[in-house]
Design a protein around this ligand. Structure first.
Ligand SMILES: Nc1ncnc2c1ncn2[C@@H]1O[C@H](COP(=O)(O)OP(=O)(O)OP(=O)(O)O)[C@@H](O)[C@H]1O
Length: 192
């Protein structure tokens, strides 16, 4: 696992003319997992985009060491390609890491075009890409959406293996997710 850390200082986020949150702080080191909680529209996805470097904070700063793997509602997979080919595109870029198709229940779906996959199957495909990336910092935006009970338990195990292995996991979700230590940041506490 690469060296990793993720620090956010005095973060504020503005969307349109609304200040969603301010003064938000995070300090994550290898082995840490945190649940970013809050109701719809509070700013969870906005925070994840700021942490990923995809959006500028209104105030404050983010410091990262180590590469990022982001899972959100849009898996970056070619909708028209069969799943195996769509994931193969990333395998060539990411290197020969293990995508764990069988464990994710994807082995029989590799010939199915991505656009035909169900919501839960797409989410599992996004995890296959994430595992292949070998990024130490995982930013997971609503990773449990569309997953059945067994798949939720599987994702919780995969995430736990990641932080036990020295990675960092930031999980934004309105749903409960089992993480060791149960560390939670409620965005409401920083809402303006
Ligand atoms: N480009 C934009 N311009 C203005 N407002 C925006 C923009 N994008 C999002 N918002 C608003 O910012 C707020 C926070 O959105 P965000 O997607 O971060 O919330 P969330 O907590 O992830 O919600 P959910 O649980 O529904 O996914 C919402 O009120 C949303 O309407």
């Amino acid at each position: 696992m690469q060296e990793c850390s993720l620090t956010a200082r005095e973060l504020a986020c503005r969307r349109g003319d609304r200040l969603l949150f301010r003064g938000l702080e995070l300090a994550l080191v290898p082995g840490d997992a945190i649940h970013i909680a809050g109701p719809n529209g509070i700013g969870k996805s906005s925070l994840m985009r700021i942490l990923a470097g995809l959006m500028q904070p209104y105030a404050g700063s983010v410091e990262r060491t180590g590469s990022i793997g982001l899972v959100d509602e849009r898996p970056a997979l070619d909708e028209h390609a069969p799943l195996g080919k769509a994931l193969g595109f990333w395998q060539r870029i990411d290197g020969a890491a293990d995508n764990e198709f069988a464990r994710l229940g994807l082995a029989d779906l590799l010939d199915v075009p991505v656009r035909y996959l169900s919501t839960g199957q797409r989410k599992r495909a996004a995890f296959a890409r994430l595992l292949g990336q070998s990024a130490p910092i995982w930013l997971l935006d609503e990773p449990l959406n569309g997953l059945d009970r067994d798949a939720v338990a599987l994702v919780e195990r995969i995430v736990a293996e990641h932080y036990h292995g020295g990675g960092i996991a930031v999980i934004a979700s309105h749903q409960a997710i089992a993480i060791e230590g149960g560390k939670t940041v409620a965005i409401e506490d920083f809402a303006k």
